[in-house]
Ligand binder design. Structure first.
Ligand SMILES: C[S@@+](CC[C@H](N)C(=O)[O-])C[C@H]1O[C@@H](n2cnc3c(N)ncnc32)[C@H](O)[C@@H]1O
Length: 196
């Protein structure tokens, strides 16, 4: 499928945001949402290769929103979510920059009601989200509740130390767990399908 080029804006320097109020984002500085992480770039590239016309897609921990924008460019109806209000603002602006429409919502994985209310999703996107034990635990609990047998999760990860633990647990929670390479050797694309 012919994909449109992504155009996006980002803070000039994540470190320069150290004085900003972003309590909802957990006071992580520099804030993780403020850079285009390579996993997000690879996930955007993978999503853009398919036709997602009409599919309901949610992006978890969207940051600047590149996978969300790519999915919208491939025809999906996208909800981009992050715990940081600043992140979803940038994601919305980035959709505009590329000329697509997305919805956004501030949502934490531990309080997922806005995500569950609209489940099942056809596709759940997540890029570089396995960087802490709390993240892994919350996502293992949440992801199987977001899709049914017609849905799937695409999670891009740069082989963070906790990824192996996540995948081992996912093997018992999902009927299918596949891993594919991306253009960057360090980044893997994990596909989970069939929640048990
Ligand atoms: C490493 S960044 C990746 C951002 C984006 N997916 C990308 O690849 O560029 C992780 C993102 O997850 C978000 N995040 C972390 N913990 C979260 C939680 N518990 N609930 C919702 N979002 C969370 C952060 O705010 C941040 O935007």
């Amino acid at each position: 499928m012919q994909s449109r080029p992504l155009r996006f804006v980002r803070p000039r320097s994540a470190a320069a945001l150290a004085g900003e109020e972003d309590g909802a984002a957990g006071f992580v500085y520099p804030p993780h949402w403020a850079e285009p992480w390579p996993s997000g770039v690879e996930l955007a590239h993978a999503v853009a290769a398919d036709d997602w016309h009409g599919a309901a897609v949610v992006d978890l921990g969207c940051g600047l929103g590149l996978p969300s924008v790519a999915a919208a460019g491939a025809g999906a109806r996208v909800l981009a979510t992050d715990r940081s209000p600043d992140a979803v603002t940038f994601a919305a602006v980035n959709a505009e920059c590329t000329g697509v429409v997305i919805e956004t919502a501030v949502c934490r994985w531990a309080e997922p009601r806005p995500l569950l209310e609209r489940a099942p999703w056809r596709l759940v996107l997540a890029a570089d989200v396995l960087y802490g034990q709390e993240c892994v635990d919350e996502l293992l609990e949440l992801l199987p509740r977001l899709v049914d047998d017609n849905g799937e999760v695409l999670l891009a990860d740069p082989q963070r130390p906790l990824a192996a633990e996540f995948l081992a647990a996912a093997q018992t929670a999902w009927r299918s767990v596949d891993t594919a390479p991306t253009r960057r050797p360090e980044i893997r694309l994990h596909r989970l399908a069939g929640p048990r």
